[in-house]
Write a protein that binds this ligand. Structure first.
Ligand code: ADE
Length: 505
């Protein structure tokens, strides 16, 4: 960016920021804006907010208002086929139109451009730009094809992630490529998320619970999952939206985020979280009807451990990421991918910690974790809530229970157990806090492990890990990193012995 435009951005930013802060101290601090195409958010063609905007995204025009928290990210979004104008005066966005060249239309020629040297310079510039663009397109194509090849080699058959556009419609992968490599790296700009969310058609409800509903939807012909939060769980939507938009969370074993959207419908607020869709559903659903070979059990357990390590780890390089503890890890919050790996979902209760920036953010969600999966220190309320490590240790307790659910459904010596939730034989369905506390803290029961597990090298190692996730004393438990390392080694060793077996035959 040129220094003059940088200066303009800084000055306009400072102006908007100062006026937004100033607005807090007068009246309700809001300005009346023209509102069009904002679905349910407009009242009689107007809305009130900190900032008025006019946006033009891929031909979709919108006028409305938004909160000052978005202005830095939104008002200075500069992308192909996206025009954004922000202002803070009464109805100041009413007559804004996109610049004439937004679709590549020629602008009027200034008189100096008739000089031949200028024409030559411009032609050269155009040539260099075109060559760079072609180079970039070729590079991206190569990288995509290479990535696909690499996934094939590693047996990753998650085809929803690998789809190439066959027509002119972009895939959400294309949209991410366009925006996320040039932006903050945490996701799509808020207005693009909103535009995408509003282009989704809901197809089928695939889950319903206290949290709300999950739907399969389609966006430009691709399946997406839409979680519609119940109004009483709005804090979970805020938290998950905040985390996905501020933390770089792209990882194979963390559910892929696409967009978040808030609309009002018949005077009630609708909260959407749009993510990748995994047709095999949750691990809980999957285990009801599937049994596993020990190698598949290992692959699943390892993938969950990888996801948890990514969450629990703070990264301090340029790809900075705080540490995150999940606080509601369970088989219903884990999704099964087509390649046999899992990904962790639902960050609505997560806590964030950064040692380098010296903060612990526990959020303000009144929700608590799932009682059945609560660690003893949560049930007897001795957990040190001011220490981040404590939350990671409760995730490890729950991780052991998830491994236990998977291992019950694993066939060893021709024997497999039916699906049962942890502590099924000790507490009723929907147990109370007191019932769980009696079993887990007073009687110190642990889920029982079937004898067959001890006769298989993979399952006996996983059983040992489970036991070490269930120590009553939180610091004695394994860390996610240790679990991942042990399982990775087991995976390499079992690959090695299979290869050896093949060679020997
Ligand atoms: N159930 C909950 N989230 C889901 C998702 N992302 N894909 C499929 N089923 C789900």
């Amino acid at each position: 960016m040129e220094s003059s435009s940088l200066l303009t951005v800084v000055l306009v930013g400072a102006f908007l920021w100062i006026s937004a802060i100033h607005a807090d101290s007068k009246d309700d601090g809001k300005v009346l804006c023209t509102c069009e195409n904002g679905k349910g958010t407009c009242v009689n063609g107007t809305c009130k907010g900190d900032i008025c905007f006019y946006s033009w995204v891929h031909g979709h025009e919108e006028r409305g208002c938004f909160s000052k928290v978005y202005y830095m990210e939104q008002c200075f979004s500069k992308f192909d086929r996206l025009f954004m104008h922000c202002c803070r005066e009464y109805l100041c966005n009413a007559f804004t139109t996109p610049p004439p060249n937004i679709n590549g239309e020629p602008t009027t020629t200034p008189p100096e451009l008739s000089r031949p040297e200028l024409w030559i310079t411009l032609s050269l510039l155009l040539l260099i730009t075109t060559a760079s663009m072609c180079g970039l397109v070729l590079f991206l194509r190569f990288r995509r094809a290479h990535g696909r090849l690499r996934n094939d080699v590693h047996g990753d058959r998650d085809v929803t992630m690998l789809k190439v556009p066959d027509g002119d419609d972009p895939t959400y992968g294309d949209i991410f490529d366009e925006f996320c490599t040039s932006g903050s790296g945490t996701g799509l700009p808020y207005l693009v998320q909103r535009t995408m969310a509003r282009q989704i058609s809901l197809v089928q409800c695939v889950g319903k619970g206290r949290y709300g509903e999950v739907w399969r939807g389609t966006w430009m012909g691709e399946s997406v999952a839409v979680k519609i939060f119940s109004s009483r769980d709005e804090q979970s939507w805020f938290r998950e939206t905040e985390i996905y938009n501020t933390v770089q969370l792209r990882h194979d074993n963390i559910l892929g985020f696409i967009a978040s959207d808030m609309t009002s419908k018949n005077s009630s607020t609708q909260l959407w979280l749009v993510t990748h869709f995994h047709e095999l559903g949750s691990l809980y659903d999957f285990l009801q009807y599937s049994s596993l070979e020990p190698e598949s059990c290992l692959r699943m357990c390892l993938s969950v451990a990888c996801g948890l390590v990514h969450l629990h780890t703070e990264i301090v390089s340029s790809q900075e990421k705080p540490a995150i503890a999940h606080r509601d890890l369970k088989s219903r919050n884990i999704l099964v991918k087509r390649n046999g790996q899992c990904c962790i979902a639902d960050l609505g209760l997560a806590v964030i910690h950064s040692q380098s920036h010296d903060y612990l953010d526990v959020g303000n969600n009144p929700r608590v974790g799932t009682k059945r999966y609560m660690a003893p220190e949560v049930l007897d309320e001795t957990i040190r809530m001011d220490v981040f490590e404590s939350y990671k240790q409760t995730d490890i307790w729950a991780l052991g229970l998830v491994f236990w659910e998977i291992s019950r459904r694993t066939i060893v010596n021709g024997i497999v157990e039916e699906y049962c939730p942890p502590f099924f034989d000790m507490v009723p369905l929907d147990p109370s806090f007191e019932e769980m506390k009696k079993v887990v803290c007073v009687d110190q029961h642990k889920p029982s492990l079937h004898n067959r597990l001890h006769s298989h090298p993979i399952l006996s190692a996983i059983a040992k890990i489970m036991k070490e996730c269930w120590y009553q004393s939180p610091p004695a438990r394994l860390t996610a990193l240790r679990v991942r390392k042990t399982l990775s080694k087991l995976d390499h060793d079992s690959d090695f012995s299979t290869e050896k077996l093949k060679r020997d035959i």
